[in-house]
Write a protein that binds this ligand. Structure first.
Ligand code: PLP
Length: 465
């Protein structure tokens, strides 16, 4: 059985990858339909042959998923995945390296370090000082940033708690900042009232004059500003905050500067796009998700920090049951991250980078950026208007028929999802009414796919009038 099982599995993998474009991107379904199917196929009272289970489960995933690896999935930052990265995840499962302690898997620990070094250099952070680690995603990387900034600014609080501080610390973001920060403020005990939304300019970038005013005002009112977060590619509209200016203000006001580039930081790999992220190299810490624009499976975030000792201070712990530290030039990741037992998250990224090289990645990123530009032209030619301003491939758009309430974004999405040929979403940016949002998330997306998107939009709009 063993041989033919693996052969069949490989055939299934090849078949899915070859034919993804032919599938519906999404199929509306109710929870009860799926539950009924699961109860009859998987009663769990006794086991079943692995090949049968594999067939059934593949079928379920094919039928009732939003296929984010489809070239016409224009959604949130969920990518098509590279073959190399799939191999990486398979080998991570096969060897099951325990990444928590360096000595348990020297090879894998050094492979992760090797990848992270390459990206540290691409970001322009100082290679010797910077410590970097893989995380489950951007949310964990942002959590790591807040923990590290707190440990750096208020070392005593790691023993006595934030409640022991004479004044309350506060954080600067904008309305466009990712909402993982809301949960983080609760988790670390700061509370959401510690988050200050600095007003944005017409371009939805952090207004740096307002930032300075807010810092002064809060200090006068008895708060302790300690952290500012600039976003390199906002989730809704792909906007890049003025990172260099934020860095300057942070230095002047003694604040930690965290750059959240969960999706957009990948633009540093493209020589054409690199200037847009100018200032990211001055950040105290950076979030960058490999599972977004680097086309590897979830979850693979990355956290970079130029102050290695602040990270060690935030996460240091000693136990008798863990293997001893390996040496002065290695860190056991359970002592420098939020996780303990740890999967070899970086293996898929290593594989993808090994196969593509940095220049291969630059080509994929440039191609997707180019497709974003083509999409803007096609939309405008078809009478739609673009409402966000970014060189990155997130396109927010609307239509006179939406603005004048002849149809709604929700109506358009419903029609589009029923058709199943493309997937897009809607979003509120600034304080405007809802607009539609399409992001190029697949390195496989081509101009024909974009034309299908336009046809689907026009069909949905016309059917609602
Ligand atoms: C997606 C995103 C996050 C959260 O990252 P996850 O990988 O989903 O945890 C944080 N910040 C920004 C700007 C994002 O786009």
């Amino acid at each position: 059985m063993a041989d033919s099982f693996w052969h069949d599995l490989i055939r299934e993998v090849e078949d899915f990858r070859r034919n993804t474009r032919e599938l519906r991107v999404c199929t509306p379904v109710t929870a009860n339909e799926i539950r009924a199917c699961l109860s009859s196929t998987f009663p769990f009272d006794r086991g079943m042959p692995l090949d049968t289970a594999t067939r059934e489960i593949s079928q379920l995933l094919r039928q009732w998923s939003v296929h984010v690896t489809h070239p016409r999935y224009f959604g949130l930052f969920n990518p098509s995945v590279r073959e190399a990265a799939i191999v990486g995840d398979l080998l991570a499962a096969l060897y099951n390296p325990q990444q928590g302690a360096w000595s348990h898997n020297p090879a894998m620990n050094e492979m992760e370090r090797h990848v992270l070094r390459a990206f540290t250099k691409a970001l322009g952070l100082p290679e010797e000082e910077t410590i970097a680690n893989f995380t489950s995603g951007g949310a964990e990387a942002n959590l790591s940033a807040v923990c590290t900034a707190l440990a750096h600014h208020f070392p005593q609080a790691s023993e006595d708690g934030l409640a022991s501080l004479p004044k309350h610390p506060c954080i600067y973001v904008t309305e466009e900042t990712h909402h993982s920060l809301v949960k983080i403020a609760r988790m670390v005990g700061l509370g959401t009232k510690s988050i200050r939304a600095v007003p944005t300019t017409d371009l939805l970038q952090m207004d740096c004059e307002e930032l300075v005013h807010a810092i002064r005002r809060d200090r006068d009112a008895g708060w302790m500003p300690f952290l500012v977060i600039g976003t390199a590619g906002t989730t809704s509209a792909g906007v890049v905050d003025p990172l260099a200016e934020i860095a300057r203000i942070a230095r002047q006001e003694n604040l930690w500067f965290h750059a959240d580039g969960a999706w957009g930081a990948a633009a540093v790999l493209s020589p054409r796009l690199r200037p847009i992220l100018s200032g990211i190299e001055q950040a105290d810490s950076v979030t960058w998700d490999a599972h977004k624009w680097l086309s590897v499976p979830m979850g693979a975030g990355m956290f970079f920090c130029r102050h290695a000792n602040a990270v060690r201070k935030a996460f240091a712990v000693t136990t008798s049951y863990m293997p001893p530290q390996s040496g002065p030039d290695t860190d056991d990741s359970y002592t420098v991250t939020t996780q303990w037992s740890r999967r070899a998250i970086g293996l898929k990224v290593f594989f993808a980078l090994a196969e593509l090289g940095l220049d291969g990645y630059a080509n994929l990123i440039d191609h997707q950026t180019q497709m974003g530009e083509v999409l803007r032209h096609l939309l405008e030619n078809a009478g739609w208007s673009i409402v966000n301003d970014t060189p990155l491939p997130v396109v927010c758009f609307t239509h006179d028929d939406i603005v004048s309430n002849r149809c709604t974004t929700a109506g358009i999405l419903k029609t589009i999802y029923e058709h199943g040929k493309v997937w897009i979403s809607d979003v509120v940016i600034g304080n405007q009414p809802k607009v539609l949002r399409a992001c190029i998330t697949s390195y496989l997306t081509n101009e024909k796919d974009l034309q299908v998107l336009i046809e689907e939009l026009e069909h949905a709009r016309n059917s609602l009038l």
